[in-house]
Design a protein around this ligand. Structure first.
Ligand code: OFO
Length: 174
């Protein structure tokens, strides 16, 4: 059984994860418009991952007899200043999400909710991976800078990313 505080905080995290997906989809739309189709695919796959993070929490709440809330989402930005700007913003955003997850763990510990603390460990580990993968892209973008052929090759590589559904988690986006 989730405490009221824990339920509210988990529902807030559903909103954070859905907004992450929304933000990355907006970034993908911009990248497509810039003909950076590989980067756009990468961001779209990231958006799908965020959606499954939200659904993972949604399902956890149901399994613990709570009611997940489907939140209102703020409108994401539509204008960016190129791929380097986008990945810098994505890293800032992931750092914000890591802080949110850490706050949730602190709350679970305060509430002595061992089940939720254990459930959140998956997100703690995921955040390390998510921040690292964005840092890697930023490093590669720093190497190619304004080199057209280099950017083209990196775009091809980024387009190879695929989405692997999380076991047992529904995904709303196709
Ligand atoms: Fe990219 O973060 Fe979800 O959890």
């Amino acid at each position: 059984m989730l405490s009221k505080k824990m339920l509210k905080a988990l529902n807030k995290q559903i909103q954070e994860e859905l907004y992450s997906g929304y933000l990355y989809l907006a970034m993908s739309a911009y990248l497509s418009d810039q003909n950076l189709n590989g980067f756009a695919t990468w961001m779209r796959m990231q958006a799908r991952e965020e959606d499954s993070h939200a659904m993972k929490i949604y399902q956890y709440i149901i399994e613990h007899n709570g009611q997940p809330l489907v939140p209102e989402l703020q409108k994401p930005p539509r204008d960016f200043k190129g791929a380097a700007d986008i990945f810098k913003q994505a890293l800032d955003h992931e750092r914000h999400i890591t802080a949110c997850i850490n706050d949730l763990v602190d709350l679970a510990q305060k509430e002595k909710d061992k089940a939720t603390e254990s459930f959140l460990q998956w997100f703690v580990d995921e955040q390390v991976e998510e921040e690292n993968q964005v840092v890697e892209v930023i490093k590669q973008l720093n190497i190619v800078k304004d080199d057209g052929p280099g950017l083209w090759m990196l775009d091809q590589e980024m387009g190879q990313r695929t989405f692997t559904p999380l076991p047992g988690i529904e995904n709303r986006m196709v």
